[in-house]
Write a protein that binds this ligand. Structure first.
Ligand code: SF4
Ligand code: SF4
Length: 400
C-alpha cells in the first residue's frame, strides 16, 4: 500500500490559500511554511526530487497538528490528512531519528500492551492521590487533565452484559487504547445508552487499538497491522462504534489501511452520530429543559474530519441543557495526540487560547467528544470546570 502523497493529490491543490486562515499553525506564526499550502508545496518538491527529504522538511511536517481544518475548508477537496500520513510514513524511512522511532514504538506497540497501560494508569493514580503532581516535568503534568485515576486496571473488552432480550441490532464497541484505561466512564455511558435503545453491545476480545496514532506518526506498518486485525474482530456486527472522535475518524478511513477495510469504514459511526440518530427516531428520550447551559467544544476529528457538528448539540439538548458555542471556527485545542508532548509550547499556546474561549462563553460544564481534547481542556481549565463527553452528560441526565 503506497501512502506517499500521490501526484493526483498534490496537483489537486490550486494554491488558492482559502485554507490558510483556518490553519492553527499559520494563525500562530503567519508563516507560509507553517501553512497547509506551504506544506503541500514542500511535499510536492520532495516528491519531484527538487529538495531533499531532510530535517528541515521533517520539522515542517511535524509542526502540523493533523487537525484537518484545512481539508474541511478546501474547495478543491485536497485530502490533506491522507497526504500528511503519507508524508510522515515516507519520513519514517528517510529520517529515522531516535525520537521518531520512540514515538512510533509508543503508538505502534506500547498502546497495545494492556498490562503496561494498566501499570502507568495505576502509577498516575498513586501520584494524583499523593498530591505531588507539581513535582513532575510540565509535559507529564498533562496527566492532571486525567480524572482521578483508579489504582486497579479496567477494561471493557469482553464485557457483554444487560443484553436486550430481542436486540434491534448489534454494535461492536471499540475499546481503544487510552479510552479503556483512562475514560472507562465514557465506555460505560456508551454501553448504557446503546443498550437502552435496544442494541446489543459487544467489545470483541480480538480487537486492538484502531491505529490512528500510529498512522499520524508515520508508523504505516503498525497502522496496517492493527487495521487488518480489527477488520476480522469487527466482522458481522451491524455497527462499529467509537466514543473518541480520533478513533471513529480513523476507522472511517480504513479503506486506505487494510484489505476489506471499507467493510469497517461503511459500518462505523461515532457514538454522537448514532445516538443523535436514535434520539431523532424516538428510540431514546429527550428530557425536559433544565434551563442550564453547557458549552460545546468541537474536536477536530469530529468537526473537520467527519463533518459532525449538529449531533453533539442535539445530545446536549436531549439531556435537558442549552448548548453554548465557544468558537465558530473550531480551532484546534492543541491536543493532537502526541503533539501535546513533543510540540509542547505550541500545544500550550493553543490550549490557553481554547480555555480563554471557554471562560468567555460562560458555562462551567463543557462537553467534548474526544479523549485527547478532554485531557487538554482539563489541563488548562481550573477545578471549577467540569469537562466530559456528551454521551456521559446524556447518560447522567437519564439516570438522575
Ligand atoms: S489546500 Fe485547498 S484551500 Fe488550501 S491552497 Fe490548496 S486548494 Fe486552496
Ligand atoms: S492539518 Fe491543521 S495544522 Fe496541519 S496544515 Fe491543516 S489546518 Fe494546518
Amino acid at each position: 500500500m503506497d501512502l506517499v502523497p500521490t501526484e493526483a493529490q498534490l496537483s489537486a491543490c490550486v494554491t488558492c490559500g482559502l485554507c490558510l486562515p483556518h490553519c492553527p499553525t499559520f494563525r500562530l506564526t503567519g508563516d507560509e511554511v507553517a501553512s497547509p499550502r506551504g506544506r503541500i508545496a514542500a511535499m510536492g518538491a520532495v516528491a519531484a526530487g527538487l529538495v531533499p527529504s531532510d530535517e528541515t522538511y521533517a520539522g515542517m511536517m511535524s509542526f502540523c497538528l493533523q487537525c484537518r481544518a484545512c481539508e474541511a475548508a478546501c474547495p478543491s477537496h485536497v485530502p490533506f490528512g491522507q497526504m500528511m500520513e503519507g508524508a510522515r510514513a515516507r519520513l519514517a524511512k528517510d529520517q529515522p531519528s531516535w525520537r521518531g522511532r520512540l514515538r512510533r514504538f509508543l503508538v505502534g506497540r506500547v498502546l497495545n500492551m494492556k498490562w503496561l497501560l494498566a501499570l502507568v494508569t495505576s502509577s498516575i493514580g498513586l501520584v494524583q492521590r499523593l498530591g505531588v503532581m507539581r513535582l513532575l516535568p510540565k509535559q507529564v503534568r498533562l496527566a492532571r487533565g486525567l480524572r482521578p485515576q483508579r489504582i486497579f486496571p479496567h477494561t471493557v473488552v469482553g464485557v457483554h452484559d444487560n443484553a436486550p432480550a430481542e436486540p434491534a441490532g448489534s454494535v461492536a464497541l471499540l475499546a481503544g487504547c487510552i479510552m479503556d484505561e483512562w475514560f472507562p466512564e465514557v465506555h460505560d455511558a456508551t454501553r448504557g445508552v446503546l443498550q437502552m435503545a435496544g442494541l446489543e453491545v459487544h467489545s470483541p476480545e480480538s480487537q486492538q487499538c484502531c491505529g490512528a496514532l500510529a498512522a499520524h506518526e508515520g508508523g504505516a506498518g503498525d497502522a496496517q497491522r492493527m487495521a487488518a486485525r480489527n477488520v476480522g474482530a469487527f466482522a458481522g456486527f451491524d455497527f462499529i462504534v467509537a466514543d473518541a472522535a480520533g478513533c471513529s475518524a480513523h476507522l472511517k478511513d480504513y479503506a486506505e489501511w487494510a484489505k476489506d477495510g471499507s467493510s469497517v469504514a461503511e459500518r462505523t459511526k461515532d457514538v454522537t452520530e448514532l445516538v443523535a440518530e436514535l434520539i431523532g427516531a424516538g428510540r431514546l428520550p429527550s428530557l425536559d429543559d433544565t434551563g442550564e447551559q453547557v458549552a460545546v467544544h468541537d474536536p477536530c476529528h469530529l468537526r473537520h474530519a467527519q463533518g459532525i457538528v449538529n449531533e453533539p448539540r442535539a445530545i446536549v439538548r436531549a439531556a435537558g441543557y442549552t448548548p453554548v458555542e465557544i468558537d465558530p471556527d473550531g480551532l484546534c485545542c492543541g491536543a493532537a495526540g502526541l503533539y501535546m508532548v513533543y510540540e509542547h509550547d505550541t500545544a500550550e499556546e493553543l490550549g490557553i487560547m481554547k480555555a480563554a474561549q471557554i471562560r468567555g462563553a460562560g458555562p462551567t460544564t463543557v462537553v467534548s467528544a474526544n479523549s485527547g481534547c478532554e485531557i487538554q481542556l482539563r489541563a488548562h481549565l481550573d477545578n471549577g470546570y467540569r469537562v466530559l463527553h456528551p454521551i456521559e452528560l446524556y447518560w447522567e441526565a437519564l439516570n438522575v
